[in-house]
Design a protein around this ligand. Structure first.
Ligand SMILES: [Zn+2]
Length: 226
């Protein structure tokens, strides 16, 4: 059963188109996707999403590269919908609070994953405060139904999930938020990669970690108050 949108968060088609086109270009220009990789979607209402078609460069999207699909998978167009449609659907199904899903292949994030280096070592306070734990979903072949199945638990409680040997999926209250989560994870991965080249990672002490978690709680309650 589809998780219903919280409150009145439906987006007009033209706003959704603009948001996806702009964000696709950002992802491509930043090198978080190459060639025709990656996929983006926005929830239009309780029953429909707007999602990228398969096989186009997301850095040069036009409106005709975006398809309105029902949550059951019926589409307004004959064009092939993103091969990761099921992955997007798995996120929308589990999260009533989100209106956007992005899947990308950020290289530092993927490199650390391939090397078996976790992002969950307590080293960067701002990652702990903004994202918390970043889980890695077990391996599944890209574009397979198993990929969607593997994230369906972790996406309930996390906004960014690494796909083993593949990439990342992020969700957000809007597409900008979903993009920022990829950017934050990739930045942390790059910094950790550089730090490992330079020496040993200095982890926060238990005391420092507690203080960071406390600050994160205060920070989140301020956001809720807004
Ligand atoms: Zn992929």
């Amino acid at each position: 059963m589809m998780a219903k949108l919280q409150q009145n968060k439906s987006l007009s088609r033209s706003d959704a188109e603009r948001a996806i086109i702009e964000t696709g270009k950002l992802l491509y220009d930043k090198g978080y996707i190459v060639a025709t990789d990656g996929n983006l979607s926005v929830r239009l209402d309780d029953d429909h999403i707007l999602i990228t078609v398969s096989g186009v460069c997301k850095g040069r999207l036009t409106k005709s590269d975006l398809i309105k699909c029902s949550m059951e998978g019926s589409s307004e167009s004959n064009k092939p919908v993103s091969s990761e449609f099921a992955l997007h659907l798995a996120a929308y199904t589990k999260r009533a609070d989100i209106t956007s899903v992005i899947h990308a292949h950020p290289p530092y994030t993927l490199a650390l994953n391939l090397a078996g280096i976790t992002l969950n070592k307590p080293v960067l306070p701002e990652i702990i405060m903004s994202l918390g734990e970043i889980p890695t979903a077990p391996f599944a072949p890209p574009s397979s139904p198993e990929t969607a199945a593997e994230i369906s638990e972790s996406i309930k409680t996390h906004d960014a999930v690494i796909l083993d040997r593949h990439g990342i999926i992020t969700v957000g209250k809007n597409i900008e938020e979903a993009f920022f989560k990829i950017e934050r994870v990739e930045f942390a991965s790059k910094v950790i990669h550089l730090a490992i080249q330079s020496g040993e990672l200095r982890e926060l002490s238990e005391e420092q970690l507690e203080a960071v978690k406390e600050a994160a709680g205060r920070y989140k309650s301020r956001l809720v108050d807004k």
